[in-house]
Design a protein. Structure first.
Length: 474
């Protein structure tokens, strides 16, 4: 419960910083941030203790219109001055409660992450989980798309894209990045270094620790800014800040940033490789100097849970039809349900950059940035914890290059679902691990599946430009 002392301390911070505006932030079921803005002098103790009313039926995946009145309860510990606003604005992340009962709302994604943390602590296995997502994104100079009854197209452009090598730019100065050759070159090939610095410094001003940033593999503006790990709910809060800042700094520079997994054909897509580990009493549980890649038996069981539940997990962690245009066999695509210390085509990788016990972690590679981070981190934690509790053996690691295996050997390696529809089928069949401890509720999962099946059906009904190439004169 937030105390009046906390509010008083926050008011002092706001006054010292000249804050004139308060922004109340809430995440809808699918992961989009929404905000409700209040003059600073109207943000009172009543706002904090009783909450601020809003229309829950207008947020995706929330209440129906006949029960739409809901309350935002500000979490004062989350208050941050928004570095993208010209006027000092204090942004506060909120929890969602029912105005009649005062109970937390079951479809509030932040509540799900909080319950996952509590379930972990109650299990006795560990008291803390740490999550570190690697969010990749594209920065484009121009984007246009449209879908109507008689037309469908998209167009994206980047000054560094290799497709512009022959464009008359009056003058064209070259230094275009070839497809799949964009990993960490220095300027002038990396045309986005200064922009990433601006993004990274803004992310740090929001209280999120930045570790490194660089250009990513794809041509046409693919980037990554790596941030430090944190417990699931806090890291999901930070992920919302990360995406918000990246988008707004890009827009302020007359560019556009997207976390869409596969905006370009024939080049690498953008993922959200998610590093995770368990700790108890300040001791890391994933390290054993005698284990494969320094992994403990607990870590192996955790991997077993991730791999066993991966098809269902992907309905939450790779939640769009576009996600499965990234998850296809090819260059570093994490499509194989196996684990490895070095093989980046495996769904689970064990980083070997450090032999420090505190650095030992596992990396689940199929997720992407369109996932709701609260739900994705909670689901991965629940899968890994289930693996530990049921002692799920992940089998032997995959050390060989899968693309060099004989077809009969490669066929024995299971793969992630090929479509969102298949992942939703898997979630319907395998959801008990998510329901443990009432972390996910049946109504949340049913609503999620219904929304996502509508997305699948909508895509299936629409002709695409490539179908015209294939069939118009057939």
């Amino acid at each position: 419960m937030t105390s009046m002392q906390d509010l008083h301390a926050l008011k002092e911070r706001m006054e010292a910083a000249g804050v004139a505006r308060v922004d109340l932030r809430v995440t809808d079921l699918l992961g989009r941030w929404h905000h409700f803005s209040v003059p600073a002098d109207h943000f009172s103790g009543e706002s904090v203790t009783r909450g601020v009313g809003f229309d829950g039926s207008s947020l995706r995946g929330f209440q129906s219109i006949d029960a739409s009145d809901m309350l935002l309860l500000p979490d004062l510990a989350s208050a941050v001055i928004d570095p993208t606003e010209a006027v000092p604005t204090m942004a506060i992340i909120c929890d969602v409660v029912d105005p009649l009962s005062g109970a937390r709302y079951s479809r509030d994604p932040r509540y799900v992450a909080a319950k996952a943390e509590a379930h972990l602590a109650a299990s006795g296995v560990a008291d803390t989980a740490y999550f570190g997502p690697e969010l990749e994104f594209f920065v484009f100079d121009d984007v246009r798309f449209q879908q109507s009854g008689n037309t469908a197209f998209y167009y994206v452009d980047s000054g560094e894209g290799d497709w512009n090598a022959g464009r008359d730019e009056a003058p064209n100065l070259g230094f275009k990045i070839p497809a799949k050759e964009g990993y960490a070159p220095v300027p002038p090939l990396d045309a986005l270094s200064s922009l990433r610095w601006e993004m990274a410094e803004a992310i740090q001003r929001a209280g999120v620790e930045v570790e490194v940033h660089h250009h990513e593999v794809a041509s046409g503006g693919q980037c990554e800014i790596a941030t430090r790990f944190a417990p699931p709910r806090r890291k999901a809060d930070e992920t919302q800040w990360y995406k918000h800042i990246v988008r707004n700094v890009a827009r302020a520079n007359r560019r556009v940033a997207t976390f869409m997994p596969k905006p370009l054909f024939g080049d690498n897509g953008s993922g959200m490789h998610t590093h995770q580990s368990l700790w108890k009493g300040g001791v890391p549980l994933f390290f054993d100097s005698n284990g494969y890649a320094g992994l403990s038996q607990t870590a192996r069981y955790y991997i077993g849970g991730l791999l066993a539940h991966a098809p269902a997990l992907l309905a939450l962690c790779a939640p769009g039809t576009n996600s499965y245009k990234r998850l296809v066999p090819g260059f570093e695509a994490p499509v194989n349900l196996a684990y490895s210390a070095r093989n980046r085509s495996a769904a689970v990788r064990i980083p070997t950059y450090s032999d420090s016990p505190g650095q030992k972690r596992v990396e689940f590679r199929p997720p992407d940035g369109t996932a709701n981070p609260y739900l994705a981190f909670a689901a991965m934690l629940m899968a890994g914890l289930d693996g530990v509790q049921r002692q799920i053996d992940p089998g032997d690691p995959l050390e060989r290059n899968i693309y060099e295996l004989k077809p009969e050997d490669a066929a024995r390696v299971p793969r992630v679902p090929a479509t969102l529809e298949a992942a939703l089928d898997a979630l319907e069949a395998d959801r008990a691990f998510l329901l443990a401890g009432d972390v996910f509720t049946p109504d949340l999962l049913e609503r999620w599946i219904a929304i996502k099946r509508d997305e699948v059906e909508a895509l299936q009904q629409r002709p695409t430009p490539y179908e015209f190439e294939q069939y118009f004169n057939g």
